[in-house]
Design a protein around this ligand. Structure first.
Ligand code: SAH
Ligand code: SF4
Ligand code: F3S
Length: 462
């Protein structure tokens, strides 16, 4: 027990010491990062994380609102939790239930009406207030906190302790930017995460150094619009993400850097130069385009054309020929014709993706897209999605197969599913299955790929 704890709040510490928190995360990597920060904040307050929901004194669902199905999942989970809470209560245990994340922000106290099992609702901008909110909820109050906070939540959230970092492995996420000012007409993010905020350089560097000291070898910088990040660098100069990457690459022990998700309009010259000059910056870029049709791109308010996107990729490939492209696609945006869909298919063929994610358009309440005319029939969406996904699967398999025979560095990440195996990560995010004698977790080893599955590689050391 921390000495400070015993001196300043003996009763409280003794009382909360054994409480357990269960966190379930939905949605994007930013939620994964936030869930860890919330756990850290609650651990500092005496809670122990648990993987068993039935043992938990506090259950948090960190939710996603991006598509209808994502939001609905939360309500069906809350239905199950209602029964669990009742069973726990019958055994004399209290269970506090909280909803955090983007559904919390979007629906606020509506959640309490739809799911009375919920005790607290906290939006993404106020996680640093979570321990206080939980205390209030324990005292029997329903609490809803969905203000866009005036203070900087990152400054108030505890930094993970070195031991905690060690337990979490050799790769980590680090949020550098949050929120979005772009207002694509299909998207809820500007409403759920608020306007764009960049974390200051010093805060990011300090967190990256702490992660590296705790054994992290690969960091993925996160933001809804990560390449819109900007800050004040050395000598008061305005920095973009490229400059930040150059700075982070200097941190001892930090061997690999990635960033996601980037917007095509924010790929500036320095960021492209970082791909040319920084060996630590991995040759994999997630650059969503959503559609290959200029008409649809315009209706989506993406503010670039298909050709702009293709020319951008050409520039990046010129400086980093081995870069693998990843993307996101929305099928069946209102007004999408067969010709528009064909334009998307053509763009995909022109780019050649290593990996991509495709979704049927889901009208989100409050976004301009939901009120547009000419919604596409579900049956047509299904057909187009199938056609696109077949092409993308084909490209994924082609990309994976093209690694066979290649030599590459693999970062050893975790034990394999089968005894005697260990799993590494390729520069292109593929799992690399190796014999465990090859090295230890955290090592970067030179390997040669012998064969490939659908997405994973089987390799031996060279
Ligand atoms: N900031 C990123 C995207 C974040 S949301 C960007 O600008 O590209 C992640 C992905 O979810 C999007 O790229 C999009 O493909 C998908 N998505 C967002 N809203 C959607 C909606 N209403 N229906 C279907 N898919 C959606
Ligand atoms: Fe959503 Fe567009 Fe912002 Fe991405 S850029 S988060 S798709 S509004
Ligand atoms: Fe979902 Fe919110 Fe992320 S809506 S995708 S959890 S930013």
């Amino acid at each position: 027990m921390d000495l400070n704890d015993t001196l300043t709040r003996p009763d409280d510490a003794a009382e909360t010491k054994t409480r357990k928190v269960f966190v379930k995360t939905y949605g994007c990597q930013m939620n994964v990062y936030d869930s860890q920060r919330m756990s850290d904040a609650l651990m500092a307050d005496g809670y122990q994380p648990t993987d068993a929901i039935e043992d938990a004194d506090l259950v948090l669902l960190n939710t996603c609102h991006i598509r209808e199905r994502a939001a609905e999942k939360v309500y069906s989970e809350l239905g199950r939790i209602r029964d669990l809470k009742r069973d726990r209560a019958a055994q004399g245990h209290e269970m506090v239930v909280g909803v955090t994340g983007c559904v919390a922000q979007a629906e606020g106290d509506e959640i309490l009406r739809r799911a009375p099992v919920v005790d607290l609702v906290v939006g993404p901008q106020t996680y640093h207030r979570l321990p206080a909110v939980v205390k209030k909820a324990r005292a029997g109050h329903k609490v809803v906190e969905t203000d866009y906070a005036l203070e900087d939540k990152f400054e108030h959230l505890p930094q993970p302790q070195k031991t905690v970092v060690r337990n979490r492995g050799v790769t980590a996420f680090l949020t550098v930017q949050e929120g979005c000012d772009k207002f694509c007409t299909f998207c809820v993010v500007p409403y759920t995460r608020g306007s764009e905020i960049s974390r200051p350089v010093a805060q990011i560097v300090a967190e990256a150094e702490r992660l590296a000291e705790g054994g992290v070898r690969e960091i993925t910088l996160l933001g809804q619009n990560v390449n819109a990040w900007h800050g004040e660098g050395v000598g008061g100069r305005e920095w973009g993400l490229g400059e930040l990457l150059f700075r982070l690459a200097e941190i001892p022990g930090l061997e690999r850097l990635r960033y996601t998700t980037s917007h095509p309009r924010d790929m500036d010259d320095t960021l492209i130069a970082a791909h040319r000059d920084l060996p630590a910056l991995m040759p994999y870029l997630h650059l969503p385009v959503q559609s290959g049709s200029d008409r649809i791109l315009k209706a989506m308010n993406r503010k670039h054309t298909a050709d702009d996107y293709l020319r951008l990729i050409e520039r990046i490939r010129n400086v980093r020929p081995d870069i693998a492209m990843s993307g996101d696609f929305i099928i069946g945006f209102p007004g999408e014709s067969d010709a528009d869909h064909e334009a998307t298919m053509k763009l995909v063929r022109d780019v050649g993706y290593a990996q991509a994610f495709s979704f049927k358009y889901s009208p989100r309440p409050g976004t301009p897209g939901a009120d547009m005319k000419f919604h596409v029939e579900e049956r047509v969406k299904d057909e187009r999605l199938q056609e696109l996904q077949a092409l993308l699967t084909n490209q994924l398999e082609t990309f994976t197969q093209s690694r066979v025979g290649m030599e590459m560095d693999a970062l050893i990440e975790k034990p394999g599913r089968q005894a005697g195996q260990i799993v590494g990560r390729s520069p292109w995010l593929q799992p690399v299955i190796l014999d465990e004698s090859v090295g230890r977790i955290g090592d970067i080893v030179r390997v040669k790929v012998l064969s490939a599955g659908r997405n994973s590689l089987f390799a031996e050391p060279v």
